[in-house]
Design a protein around this ligand. Sequence first.
Ligand code: AMP
Length: 566
Amino acid sequence: MIVGIDLGTTNSAVGIWREGKAELIPNSLGDLLTPSAVSLGDDGALLVGMAARERQSTHPKLTATAFKRLMGSSQKVPLGKKLYAPEELSALVLRSLKADAEALLGEPVEAAVITVPAYFNDRQRKATRRAGELAGLKVERLLNEPTAAALAHGIHEREDKEPFLVFDLGGGTFDVSIVEIFEGIVEVRASAGDNRLGGEDFNEAVVALVRSRLPELAEAAHDSLLKEVMRAAAERTRRALSGADEAPFEFVWKDRHFATSIRAAEFEEAAEPLLARLRDPVLRSLRDSGILADSLSEVILVGGSTRMPIVRRAVTRMFGRFPDTSVDPDRAVALGAAVQAGLRARDAALDEVRLTDVCPFTLGIAVAERDRHGRIHDGIFSPIIERNTVIPASRVHSYSTMQDNQSRVELQVYQGEARDVSANVLLGRLSVPVPPRPAGQVSVDVRFSYDASGLLEVDATVPLTGTARQLLILDEEDAPSEAEIEARRQALAALKVHPRDDAANAAVLARAARCYEGFLGERREAISQIIMAFEAVLERQDPREIESVRRDVEERLNAIEGERYL
Ligand code: AMP
């Protein structure tokens, strides 16, 4: 039996595909959500789920939560005297979900589809796989969370290829993804987010509001127990406000009972700065994917925090329409994982549902620019592979020398988004010898090839002399074997062709050139425009754009050539 598992930061859930539909499995307490928490009990046994979450305020040093954030890092989490790797803690959560599923189904569960955030890199994905294996599960596949949410909404059964947006506001993170389905292939076109924005921040806004009303607590501002008690009270109030216009805020601290109440409008005002922060990642994902909000077929809400009416209103305002709330936002990801598990078990259509990774940040080099007065400004970022480019990808840019008779070109490779490279991360350096010539007369082609495992190959070539230098940059925490590196480099080598040299593109260009020769006047002018536009697209080196424009060019040439014989 294959199950689908949403391994979340705050909560996890397990589902199965049964009698033609996905359903979630309750845990031993009867709940569909199991807190992703582990605690060392007084008797030395490890507690998982609600029992562990309950101990967070009383035994914070013996309790671990939010370890999903550490997945793929070498950071360990102390619980009592022992240190645990994040994947070991995740494995305990997975094991408990596996046991719940076995108890309900009455048969062993051996395999699972586990969901991961779309932006998880290869290392984080490997750590998730390891967690599954430690829990005794064969990990059939890792599924991106926004894709899972989309599957729960039946997106794979649709004919249209309209993109949709997944708006996921959880306990501590906010993720926006734009997902598209085309010819049975589900693709995450862009993802953006704020990994410091979630339900917990809204709790803090409520706590700040209450503290301003209870000046007697000012002296105890740093008391950790008070903080935790107030946080828990805020969580209760906030949830109650999801279904009422006013809710009590009550807690007991040092045997004193404190009580006040909060109106929905007051909460909305206090949360305004947080609501404003929801906008930026949405805009970024639309911009990066080149998709207009109006052409989205749907906005899907995911994550417990999207239950808040103030969040739903903010989303409605942002998109000018109501989001899709047909699937419970806490359950969508696990249900989608169960749909995928069902596809897997039936061996149907599943290979069609594939994912493409996108590069989470921009990669480029530092360059110098001359301003209008001839002054040179250096340390300016020149992007080569832009964030949200579908990977693996390979792009080449050409640069020319700045000084007369310079003998070398020094390349500094950066990752980041800032124009000033000092605000980005320096990944490596490469020095290339060039023949001494007047400034601007020697060019260097710099090619970046990047894969989903974080391997970056930098090739610098001087066309004038044929000199070539290469730099290999590996993800620091990843330690692949020589053979693995070689296999990855082989895979990248296939991409190192400029699109204008690619056979299909070259054939279309040759055909257009032939057409140009065969026509005169307006048609010849039209063909010339088509060639120029296609060449400009080829220079941008985006395979997806090239493919769609090439089809268009072919159709237009067909039309022009067809006219000839009419
Ligand atoms: P998730 O990470 O998707 O499990 O989301 C957990 C977050 O959802 C927590 O911050 C909860 O406070 C929040 N949440 C769950 N249910 C509600 C609700 N009814 N109203 C407001 N927030 C909720």
